[in-house]
Design a protein around this ligand. Structure first.
Ligand code: AMP
Length: 183
């Protein structure tokens, strides 16, 4: 079985940014919401995006992928499957059964908590944190806190989209930070 990351042909690359739509004032006034559903609806575009993100995760030396609820699951599961790595979901408070660790964070819109199941990360895990979008970096930092509580290390932070002006990447200091689409 060939587990190498699929390579893509640069001559027929899709312009992924052009597929992302911006919805003003959603879910709250003042938020310019980036809608990735047109990429999910385009198999070639989604495959190209997962190829690129998988290459970045592979280069980081990760041996496990944590996806952040909920859109981080879409990308995280696809990357983990592509690289034959284990996938662990970081879920919103109260969603995971059994004993968990919890971290609070504030979002570009509102506050939230994330949890990981105790035992889901081991001390020998180098974890790729995967989410759809990097805004302030608070969500990824909460995930990092949980991974460290369980004794794991972070290999990097991986996003489909980065809102560059919010400078979230300057808070993410324990591994490489990669994003495919920058706005
Ligand atoms: P942050 O913690 O500030 O980096 O926010 C990132 C998280 O919030 C991600 O899980 C995104 O899904 C979501 N998010 C924040 N801002 C936006 C936005 N403008 N458009 C879409 N999702 C967003």
């Amino acid at each position: 079985m060939n587990l190498a990351v699929q390579s893509f042909n640069p001559t027929c690359m899709i312009n992924l940014e052009s597929l992302v739509t911006t919805i003003p004032d959603f879910p709250k006034p003042g938020i310019q919401f980036k809608d990735i559903t047109p990429i999910l609806a385009n198999p070639q575009a989604f495959s190209q995006l997962i190829d690129q993100m998988s290459q970045q995760v592979k280069l980081s030396g990760a041996n496990l992928v944590v996806g952040l609820e909920s859109r981080g699951f879409i990308f995280g599961v696809a990357i983990a499957e592509r690289l034959a790595l284990p996938f662990v979901p970081a879920r919103k408070a109260g969603k995971l059964p059994g004993a968990t660790v919890k971290a609070d964070y504030s979002l570009e819109y509102g506050t939230q908590s994330l949890e990981l199941q105790i035992g889901s990360i081991k001390p020998d895990n180098k974890v790729a944190i995967v989410d759809d979008l990097l805004a302030t970096g608070g969500t990824a930092l909460a995930a990092e806190k949980l991974i460290k509580m369980l004794g794991g290390k972070v290999s990097g932070y991986f996003f489909a989209i980065e809102l560059v002006a919010l400078e979230g990447r300057k808070h993410l200091t324990n591994g490489i930070t990669e994003s495919v689409m920058k706005f």
